[in-house]
Write a protein that binds this ligand. Sequence first.
Ligand SMILES: C[S@@+](CC[C@H](N)C(=O)[O-])C[C@H]1O[C@@H](n2cnc3c(N)ncnc32)[C@H](O)[C@@H]1O
Length: 214
Amino acid sequence: MTYDYDRVASFINSFGKDDEGLLGEIYEKAVSEKIPVIRRETREFLKVLITEKKPMHVLEIGTAVGYSSLYMSNYLPEKAHITTIELDKARAEEAKENIKRLEKSDRITVLTGDASEVLKTLKKGFDFIFIDAAKAQYINYYEEVIKIINDGGMILSDNVLQEGEILESHYLVAKRNRTIHDRMREYLYRIKNDDRMETAIIPIGDGVALSCMK
Ligand SMILES: C[S@@+](CC[C@H](N)C(=O)[O-])C[C@H]1O[C@@H](n2cnc3c(N)ncnc32)[C@H](O)[C@@H]1O
């Protein structure tokens, strides 16, 4: 059977609830300003993962305006902490402001800078890492992420199927997208063939890869 994913997503999302209050406003503002935020069906998946895993130390790569961090904080244990990295200064400032408005400044720390550099400054100890930044960079974050994740930790990488374009051969992809395409394929190959982890690629939202460290 083949099916239209957009119809499936609408069906799945018809069961989900909208965020209430300020978090809902932050989400709507981000969408209206075309700031990329986690898709509704992906966030539901993320919610279930962290509800089951109960990580105490979470790292996010790609904060944007703080929506997904704030969303995750609603489902984490009370004393859990999120560290989130954002390259764009204006977005990082907006994220800090949003976090303050929701009175979560003691639970979420925003680090401003290029994740490739910031990751090198972090110590091992994360139980859950959500990778949601520039797709061509995932391969660069990879070894640094492995150094700082705990044994048994989980890595969720978002947007790995690139709206289906990842399936196309190199030459059928528009020239401007070829680097991202090649690097994401290399990333998927690496995480699927790394003996230190088990990975499943799941076609939800824009595609996620869920990796569990052994
Ligand atoms: C898809 S958005 C993140 C959305 C956010 N996780 C959410 O769902 O609310 C990706 C973000 O990664 C940031 N980004 C891109 N390259 C980065 C890098 N090298 N280091 C840190 N952040 C980066 C972008 O500026 C953008 O805000």
